[in-house]
Write a protein of this length. Structure first.
Length: 272
C-alpha cells in the first residue's frame, strides 16, 4: 500500500461509517460526527507522513475536545462507561452506544487501541504531563480496572432497579463528576508512578473492552527481525511497555499498544 494514500483511506473508512449510519438511522448527526472525526484522523495521518512531530496530538486534541465539550457538555451525552450502560439499559441505540461499538469494541478489531492514542479525552490531558515514557516497573494493580468496570455497571443498574426519576440528568452530572475524578486520579497517579499513562494501565475500565478486542487487531506494529540490531530503543521510548520486537500476538503488553509510533520513529534501522 502506498503510504501517501493513508489519509484518504482513513477518511474513506470514516465517511463510509458516517453515510451508513446517517442513512440507517435517518439522522444527519452521524454524517457530521463521523465526517468530523474522519477529517481529524486524516489530518493527523497527513501530518505524520509529513513528519510533523505533534501529528498524533493534533488528532487527539481535535477529537478529544469535540467529544468532551460538544458531545458531553453541550449535547449532554454521557460518553463515559456509565453512559454506555445507561443507553444499553434503555435500549436506545444512540451516540454513546454507537461510540462504544465503533471506537472501543468493533473498531479495536481493526485499529487496536488507536482510540487511546488518537481520540481519548482523558489521555489528551494526561499526555501533557512530563512522564512521556514509563521508567518504573509495572505495578501489580491492574485488577483495579475490573473493580471500576463493575462499579460503573452496578451504579447504573441500581438507578434502574430503584426506579429513580430523571436518570438522564443524573447521567449528565455523572459525566462531569466522573471526568473530574478521572483527571484527578490520572494526574495524581502520573506523578506518583512517574508515568503519564498509569491511569490507562491500571484504572481505566474501558480497557476491559479494548484489551481483548485489540488482541485480534489488524493494524499492529511489526518488527522485521532481519533489520533489528537489538538496540532496545523501541522499548525504552514506549509509553505502554510493549515488547514490540516480538511479533507474536502474545507479546508482553501487546494489547496495550496505542499506535503512537514512537517506537517506529526512534528505531535507527527502520525495522518497525
Ligand atoms: S486506556 Fe482509557 S483513559 Fe487511557 S487512553 Fe484508553 S480509553 Fe483513554
Ligand atoms: S511506542 Fe510503539 S509499541 Fe509502544 S505504544 Fe507506541 S506504537 Fe505501540
Ligand atoms: S529500535 Fe529497532 S533496531 Fe532497536 S531493538 Fe527496536 S526494532 Fe530493533
Amino acid at each position: 500500500m502506498k503510504k501517501h494514500l493513508l489519509p484518504i483511506i482513513m477518511l474513506a473508512i470514516f465517511e463510509t461509517v458516517a453515510v451508513t449510519l446517517w442513512l440507517a438511522m435517518d439522522n444527519l448527526f452521524y454524517l457530521f460526527n463521523f465526517s468530523y472525526i474522519g477529517i481529524a484522523i486524516a489530518l493527523g495521518t497527513f501530518l505524520f507522513l509529513k513528519k510533523y512531530k505533534h501529528a498524533r496530538r493534533v488528532t487527539q486534541l481535535l477529537v478529544g475536545i469535540y467529544i468532551l465539550i460538544y458531545l458531553g457538555l453541550i449535547s449532554g451525552e454521557n460518553m463515559q462507561i456509565e453512559g454506555f450502560w445507561y443507553y444499553l439499559f434503555t435500549g436506545v441505540f444512540e451516540a454513546a452506544t454507537i461510540h462504544y461499538a465503533v471506537a472501543k469494541i468493533f473498531g479495536a478489531l481493526i485499529f487496536g487501541r488507536g482510540w487511546c492514542g488518537y481520540a481519548c479525552w482523558t489521555a489528551m490531558v494526561l499526555d501533557f504531563l512530563p512522564y512521556k515514557t514509563s521508567n518504573t516497573p509495572r505495578k501489580r494493580i491492574e485488577w483495579i480496572r475490573y473493580v471500576v468496570f463493575v462499579i460503573s455497571f452496578l451504579f447504573v443498574a441500581a438507578l434502574f432497579l430503584a426506579h429513580v426519576g430523571n436518570i438522564e440528568k443524573i447521567m449528565f452530572w455523572a459525566f462531569i463528576v466522573g471526568n473530574i475524578l478521572y483527571y484527578a486520579v490520572g494526574i495524581a497517579l502520573a506523578f506518583l508512578f512517574k508515568d503519564n499513562r498509569a491511569f490507562c494501565k491500571y484504572i481505566c475500565p474501558i480497557t476491559v473492552f479494548l484489551k481483548p478486542m485489540s488482541y485480534f487487531s489488524i493494524f499492529r506494529i511489526k518488527c522485521d527481525e532481519s533489520k533489528c540490531i537489538s538496540c532496545g530503543k523501541c522499548k525504552k521510548v514506549c509509553p505502554m511497555d510493549v515488547n514490540v520486537t516480538d511479533n507474536s500476538r502474545k507479546r508482553e503488553n501487546g494489547t496495550e499498544c496505542i499506535l503512537c509510533f514512537k517506537c517506529v520513529k526512534n528505531c535507527p534501522t527502520g525495522a518497525l
